[in-house]
Design a protein around this ligand. Structure first.
Ligand code: GLN
Length: 486
């Protein structure tokens, strides 16, 4: 049963075929069996999960029919969870027990979902492979010599290996969508502002957005119903009505206009992935959609602009980790400056330090105009490209990543790693909603199809993804774990 989608589990729970306690125990057993090999969880909350499951069963017995009531999930370790270790994948927070819940966590608790634990991630969400985690790399359930993608790689691997029914992630430049693609699951980044960032440890505040990693677009809709909405504690959260995202999943795609960016089907895209995506696109034509090529002329500047803006914001956000109030503190500091210096030198990993240095440099007097201001201007142009594209088409579709999951250690220089997000980063710079859904297998490894919508068109993106999943079963494919049959 644990391989089922959250929607299916919800139905089974409401029919009384299984209890939340049984389901929770089944996932905990599976975590016990596979987590050592996959390293997907940093913390497993066995006792509190079973307690939450008992409460969920009681609520159901009293007639509560909330859709996610009793369904087990995992949170990326970037979300603050009251009374539970919250590390953000870093040594500098390796002893931090959060005194409060992030809004996202609070909302899932309210929905009755059961929290199994906290998932591994790249340190401070900086990375595309999960290799920057202080807690060691996560392994891809499809091939343990390969990375699961990042930074939400623990969440993606946990969902793909059925260690949980669904998980949360965050996406600053691709960190929900790329690991979803590498692990053969569904990963959705809502529009900037849709989901509260309160209690979500900040990386780059103008880009960060939380979203679901799960087994279907329908599950992404159910999770978004819980996650989305105004939060007075986050001044960038948007005051717009939140539709019921499941209500329009069944809408016909007859007449849908799909744009394929020429720049995403160009040099650098592996032949296998390209073929897989083109085959998948044929499904949309069968459903009555039309496809045309479009241009995103500034896409090639997106990675460069991002690697000025994101580190600049990170350098400011990460200044709060100084050993004074919480987290790691160096041994025997001789004075305040020594404490700051050694705490940060010892507490942060190499990639995080690189970002802080780059960001501080880009914001310094004399370089601000040359780098930061210029990057912001490019960001504007990238947004404009999408505005023009959406005057012609309803959604933009392409590959999520140029290739399938790569082997651990294969991308040792930072710039090669940064180029991983060549198709996803522009969507963060423009603040748009985007989903990655499984669209094929190449050499036994999953590939992701990336569907992007206009501002706050979450419902449309989910509808398009769901209709594809009604016609295909790529999202049902499973990795074989330890001799278990797929
Ligand atoms: N890979 C990108 C980076 O390292 C994006 C990460 C993310 O979305 N959190 O910054």
């Amino acid at each position: 049963m644990i391989e089922q989608t959250a929607a299916e589990l919800s139905a089974a729970l409401s029919r009384g075929e299984v209890s939340s306690v049984e389901l929770t125990q089944a996932y905990l057993d599976r975590i016990g069996k596979y987590n050592e090999a996959l390293n997907a969880f940093i913390t497993v909350c066995e006792e509190s999960a079973l307690a939450q499951a008992r409460q969920a069963d009681d609520r159901r017995a009293r007639g509560d029919a909330s859709p996610l009531l009793g369904v087990p999930l995992a949170h990326k370790d970037i979300f603050c969870t009251e009374g539970v270790l919250t590390t953000c994948g870093s040594k500098i927070l390796n002893n931090f027990i959060s005194p409060y819940d992030a809004t996202v966590v609070e909302r899932f608790n309210g929905s009755g979902a059961v929290m199994l634990g906290k998932t591994n991630m790249d340190e401070f969400a900086m990375g595309s492979s999960n290799e920057t985690s202080f807690f060691g790399p996560v392994r891809n359930p499809w091939d343990r010599e390969r990375v699961p993608g990042g930074s939400s790689g623990g969440s993606a691997a946990a969902v793909a290996a059925d260690l949980c029914a669904m998980a949360t992630g965050t996406d600053t430049g691709g960190s929900i969508r790329q690991p979803a693609a590498f692990c053969g699951i569904t990963g959705f980044k809502p529009s900037y502002g849709r989901v509260s960032r309160w209690g979500m440890i900040a990386f780059a505040s103008s880009l960060d957005q939380a979203g679901p990693l799960c087994k279907s677009a329908e599950d992404a809709a159910l999770m978004s119903n819980v996650m989305a909405g105004l939060d007075p504690k986050d001044s960038t959260s948007i005051d717009l009505p939140v539709p019921d995202y499941t209500a329009s999943l069944g809408d016909s795609l007859e007449g849908l206009k799909i744009g394929l960016p020429r720049q995403h089907f160009a040099e650098g895209l592996s032949a296998g992935v390209e073929q897989g995506i083109r085959d998948a696109l044929a499904e949309f034509e069968k459903l009555g959609a039309t496809i045309k090529e479009i241009d995103l002329p500034n896409n090639h500047l997106s990675v460069s602009a991002y690697y000025v803006v994101a580190p600049a914001e990170a350098s400011a956000n990460l200044s709060r980790f100084d050993g004074v109030r919480y987290g790691y503190r160096c041994e025997d500091p001789v004075d305040l400056e020594d404490m700051y210096k050694r705490t940060r030198s010892e507490g942060f990993g190499e990639e995080v330090k690189r970002r802080i240095l780059v960001g501080t440099y880009a914001l310094s007097a004399g370089y601000y105009d040359a780098y930061y201001r210029k990057a912001q201007k490019i960001r504007r142009l990238i947004k404009q490209d999408f505005v023009e594209a959406f005057s012609e088409v309803d959604v933009v579709i392409g590959p999520t990543s140029p290739h399938t999951a790569f082997t651990l250690g294969a991308k040792s220089d930072p710039v090669t790693m940064y180029l991983e997000d060549i198709y996803t980063i522009a969507v963060n710079l423009a603040g748009l909603p985007g989903i990655s859904i499984p669209a094929g297998l190449v050499g036994g490894l999953p590939i992701g199809m990336h569907i992007v919508g206009s501002d706050f068109a979450e419902a449309k993106v989910l509808n398009v993804a769901h209709q594809f999943q009604q016609q295909t079963d790529w999202h049902r494919r499973k990795p074989a774990l330890n001799g278990e049959e797929a």
